[in-house]
Design a protein around this ligand. Structure first.
Ligand SMILES: O=C(CO)COP(=O)(O)O
Length: 137
């Protein structure tokens, strides 16, 4: 599965702790992140993550491009609901594309926990069919 991690600044510690707790689950997958989030996770875990640009510089949009292609299978996006972000339009665009493609996306830790447990159980197997039977391929 292709999994992306994104966390706003005041959620980065929570994200690192979350990924640490489920490191064994994530290590079998292909991991992506926005720039700073990925750097923080890689500092504290043994995971290899493909890092895009920092969110405000276009990282959300880069992940959005994969979502538009229906390539991303799961996104954990710990947003800060109490702080305005300069790139709010990019964030909304990413979440909109997730809804367009029906991509599971957690925007808080409680949903993140549920999705990672579903991943552990194999509930994401349907995404393999999406990859296999892409329209036009
Ligand atoms: O701003 C972000 C998501 O909207 C996250 O970007 P960074 O991981 O580079 O801090």
């Amino acid at each position: 599965m292709n999994i992306a991690f994104i966390a706003h600044d005041r959620k980065k510690e929570e994200m690192v702790n979350f990924v640490l707790a489920y490191e064994a689950v994530f290590e079998g997958h292909t991991l992506y992140s926005t720039g700073t989030t990925g750097a923080r996770i890689m500092e504290q875990t043994d995971l290899q993550i493909h890092r895009f640009m920092s969110g405000p510089l276009g990282g959300d949009q880069q992940i959005g491009a994969l979502v538009a292609e229906n390539e991303m299978d799961l996104i954990i996006f710990l947003r800060d609901p109490l702080m305005a972000q300069p790139h709010e339009p990019d964030i909304i665009a990413l979440l909109r594309l997730c809804d367009v493609q029906g991509i599971p996306v957690a925007t808080n830790i409680a949903t993140g926990e549920l999705l990672v447990k579903a991943l552990q159980r194999g509930d994401f197997a349907w995404r393999e069919l999406v990859h296999k039977y892409k329209p036009g391929e």
